[in-house]
Every structure is written in C-alpha cells, then in structure tokens.
Design a binder for this molecule. Sequence first.
Ligand SMILES: C=C(O[C@H]1C=CC=C(C(=O)O)[C@@H]1O)C(=O)O
Length: 483
Amino acid sequence: MNTGTNSSSPAPQLTWHACIVAAPETAYGSASHPQGMAQPWGRWALSFVPADRRPLAWIGRGPCLVGWDEGASFTGTLVSASRSYRNWAKNTPLHWNRPGETTDAPTVAPELADFKLPETESDPLAPQPADLEQILFGLGSFPFAGGDGQITVPAVALIGLPYLRTCLLWRSDFTAEAEHILRLAEAGDPSPSAPEEELDGSDWKHLGGTVPRETWLNQLSAGIKRLQHGEATKFVMARDEIWRSSQPVPVKQVLHRLISRDDQEGQQVSAWAFAIGNQVGASPEVLARTQRGEFACRILAGTTLPGYGPELFDDPKEVREHQVARDSVMELLTQAGVTDVQASEPSILSLPNVDHLQSVVTGQVSDLVDSATITEVFHPTAAICGMPRQVAMQLISQLEGMERGDFTGPVGIIAPNGDGQWNIALRCAQTLTEDGVSDPDSAQIKAWRLLAGAGILPASDPAREWDEMGRKMQLMRKALRIE
Ligand SMILES: C=C(O[C@H]1C=CC=C(C(=O)O)[C@@H]1O)C(=O)O
C-alpha cells in the first residue's frame, strides 16, 4: 500500500504525532552495555512490523528506525530530495503526545527526563534534548550512477535514540497502528515471530548472473590489461547472482537475521542493516555521518579471508587498493567543508565473512553543511568506482555488463536539520518480482538479486576477484538461508 505523497507537502488534513515509548530492558541489550545496543533494539522493534507489511529500516550505531508504509516521500538526486524533505519537515508540525498516548490530548513538550537515562553519557552519539525535535527522520536510497532516488518518511515508525530511548512516530491516519504498537509494548516483550524457523523449507534455485562467469572473467581480464596500459589506476568491477526461492521470503525475517549478531562492547561497530527502496542488506562502509557539527566516515578497501586481516598489510596490491580509496576521500574533504581533519592509520575491520583494511576519518563541519551535501561530494569514492573517477566510470559501463541500480549508491538516514548518516549500499540484495522486475514494496519476496564488487588493480587476478565477490555475497546468502 502506498499512502504517501509524491509532492513536498502532505495532504492537509493529516497531522504527525510522536510519543515516548517505554521499551522493556531486554530491548536494549544486556546490562553491561550502559548505552544500549542497536541489534537487540532492532529485533525488538522489528517484531511490531505486521506480517503483510514491508519494513523500512535502518539499524546500527546511532539513531535507528523501524517503520512501514510511506508517510511522505521525496524524489530527486540526493541533494535535491534531501532539500525537499528538509523543507517539508521544517513546515510540518510534530504533535507530541504524552508518553504512551495517542489521544488528541494537547501537545506536550517532549522531555528527555521521560526517558530512562543511563549513568554515563560518554558516547558522543548519545541523545541531547534537542534531538527530540529532529525525529521526523527520512530514509533514502540513491543510484550508483547518479540520478533520482527517494527519501521516505514512514507513516508509522519506532525510533531508537542510542538506545535507551524509544519514540513512536505516526501520521494521523495510522493512529490505530500506533495504538496497537503501544498496547503490545505495554504488555512487555511482544514475543517476536520466530524468523529462523519460518525461513526453513525454502528450496533455492540459482538462476545465474546477468553476465555468465566466462564472459565476466574475459571482460575483467580486458579491464586489467587496460589498467596495465595506464588507462586508470583502479576501477571496481561488480557482478550479480539471481536466486529464486520456492517459498516467498519475508523481508522482515531477512533483516532479523542480519541483526542476529550483536556488536560486542568495546569492539568496532560492524555494519548498519537496512531495508530501503528495493534493497536489503548490512553495509559496513560509512560515506559520511554528521551529528552536531561532528563529521565521520569509514573507508573500506582491501579484502581477505576472515582471520587473515593482518596479512593485508604485507600485500602491496591490497595496500595500494586501500590507499587509492582513502586518497579519493581525503582530497575532497576541504571541498566538502570538513575541517580539523583526523585520519586514523589503516587498521583491520573483521566482519563475519571477510576482513578489510579500514580508515576512519573524523572532523568538524559547520551547521550549514548537511550530510547529503557532503555525501554528494564524496560519491562515488574509489572504493566502489575507481581512480580517476571519470575513466573508472567508463570502464565500469563498458565492462560490467549490468545495471547496478542503487547497489554501491548512497543509502541512509537523515534528520530534518540535515544531520544523518549515508553508507555505501554494499553487502545487500535487490528484491525482484518473479518476472525479474525491481520490487520495492512486497513484504515477501521470492526472487533476490545478490550483488558484490571488488577493487581491480593492474596486479589483480580475475578468478580471485570472482571468489572475493562470492565471499562478500555470503552475508546475504546466509541471511536468506541459501547456505
Ligand atoms: C564493492 C564492494 O566492496 C568495496 C568495499 C570494501 C572492500 C572492497 C575491496 O576490497 O575490493 C571494495 O572496494 C562490495 O563489497 O561489493
């Protein structure tokens, strides 16, 4: 069901409401995590999504959102859609109801005091009172090659502000859904459906990729030769695999599996799980995050088998691959308006199926610079396109033989004041109809298109790059129970 508007203003009779929700302790993870945790919160929030609805979701460190149906949507490039969204949000009054109430009681001032406050506030992402004015969040996804994407504000959503605070946001025609959520939340743990079991019983058929393996390997060999002749320093080649299940697979359950493993305290954050547009996945790569004037990004390039990360430092091809991706961001920081830059030395990020070289860059931005504008400056980085950018784009369009769509495009969350986080859409699958057409709406999906890419240098070996992409796809194969 599409209940949204495609203009920059909602139907006049509809109003937007929010209230604070008392979530059970278990929603925030174990007592050893004083700030709460994203994944347990996400599993709790997902359990409210009705079986016939497709979740819209962003779950990871920082603000989290789990909602459904379209409350308002804004189409355009990342910058123009975010401008329309922000303009709409600025002009859309948000009525705060008393905690746990959906009635037409007079609007009350939201108070952080209504939240359970943790003892320590050491996390820089911990919410401040002003954050409550910013909860009319939008989720967006945009194509790799530029052009129009969409920012959507769900018609009803649970919002986790890291993470010991939960708000409910809804459009007035979704009050019944909001009341239902509050009733379940009050009753305690609403016993999430058991996604593990329900995914069993599907038979999967591999329908192959858009480009057959032999053709793809030949195309990549031709690309490597062109790099050896000095046409470019690096480009990123991707491939896809299309799988069809005998049973419809609920998007909600796939998301649930993607957040089944909690980030451990004191360890690096692994990934942000998302269901936005026609893609579902968990991306570890942060293009740009801004919050209260702080900027951060995480550049990933250079990959090996899990547990072998330290060996990446001894492999000149991997070190170079990372350096090129890192430089592609570093040289644009001034243009993006980032000052007081601090860049970590490359380190290892360990994910379930691969280890990566990562660089974390932080800095300051002025209030006038929003997360979408910065993201548009960086995208496409050399981690998913190449260097020089234009030549790499050309190599991709000549050799890859398929449309990426939103794969490797910016995906993320944005607040009315422009703060937000945009990741690169990696480690994800696109949902298709049985005829192979993009399906961003259905709650249950039979046909899934898995995608992955890898950085190519003159020293690359085509078969190894093919295998690396297979390992990257493992995350989604496991989430779908293909393997
Ligand atoms: C394009 C992808 O990975 C990029 C991000 C991290 C590491 C990469 C690599 O080592 O090749 C790629 O640059 C992908 O995961 O599909």
